[in-house]
Design a protein around this ligand. Structure first.
Ligand SMILES: Nc1ncnc2c1ncn2[C@@H]1O[C@H](COP(=O)(O)OP(=O)(O)OP(=O)(O)O)[C@@H](O)[C@H]1O
Ligand SMILES: [Mg+2]
Length: 224
């Protein structure tokens, strides 16, 4: 099976003289797989995701995403690779001056699709995450949980090959967390590779999906 993500002896330091926050990280996520990423606060979960979505470069080792070595990628390939990924950021990174609908539709708009072609899909997705009545609202007027659900909608709306989510259920109640998990599982069934960083051990246990576990920058549990 081809790999979606491959780390080979990856190390990451944010500062030349600072500590390595990821050390000797080695793993492969097969295309179409579903994994959680667990570990204590500060273990390096968000940093690992950042290396995959090209938000940082490894200090040593190699990160390969859909066959492309991320440190050697051309600017054009970088843009197209980035468009294949849907990322749910820990701090959501919504655009405050766009409505919920326009935030969710942004990846489609950037890809050149016309509102006529996507508006029904976007509405349906927003209904699914319980934001159907908030499509005209702006992010500053949304609760933390609503922002989180909007960030999830935006991440998945373009049917990305790879979904990376950083604690995507941290701000919602248990019922909504289960619903969001179902959405990710469904998208995985349709072919997306999924990696979700989480503290929610109950959600991990309930899902029956495998985990990678980070302990102070080292991977102590790798996918089978
Ligand atoms: N931009 C940065 N500059 C310097 N150090 C950073 C930066 N971002 C993270 N770190 C450090 O890297 C280490 C790993 O942080 P990271 O955010 O990846 O952990 P995490 O597992 O996502 O934690 P949490 O569960 O609290 O979100 C921490 O020691 C953190 O202080
Ligand atoms: Mg984090």
């Amino acid at each position: 099976m081809s790999s979606a993500v491959r780390f080979e002896t990856v190390g990451l330091r944010y500062d030349a003289y600072g500590p390595e926050v990821l050390r000797d990280v080695d793993f492969t996520l097969p295309a179409g797989s579903f994994h959680f990423l667990t570990g204590a606060s500060g273990a390096g979960k968000s940093s690992l995701l950042k290396l995959i979505y090209l938000g940082a470069a490894p200090s040593r080792g190699q990160v390969t995403v859909f066959g492309q070595e991320t440190t050697r990628i051309s600017p054009a390939d970088r843009t197209s690779l980035r468009r294949r990924m849907g990322v749910v950021f820990h701090d959501f990174q919504l655009i405050d001056h766009l409505t919920a609908f326009d935030n969710a539709a942004l990846p489609l708009r950037v890809a050149g699709q016309k509102p006529k072609a996507y508006s029904e899909d976007v509405q349906e997705l927003l209904n699914w995450v319980g934001l159907g009545a908030r499509i005209e609202s702006y992010p500053p007027a949304l609760s933390a949980g609503e922002k989180q659900r909007l960030a999830i909608a935006r991440a998945v709306v373009g049917r990305p090959w790879l979904i990376l989510a950083d604690e995507p259920t941290g701000a919602v109640d248990d019922d909504m967390a289960v619903r969001i998990l179902r959405l990710f599982v469904e998208l995985n069934r349709l072919g997306a590779t999924v990696l979700i960083a989480t503290h929610d051990h109950e959600l991990v246990g309930r899902s029956g999906m495998p985990s990678l576990h980070l302990d102070r920058g080292r991977l102590t549990q790798v996918p089978a």
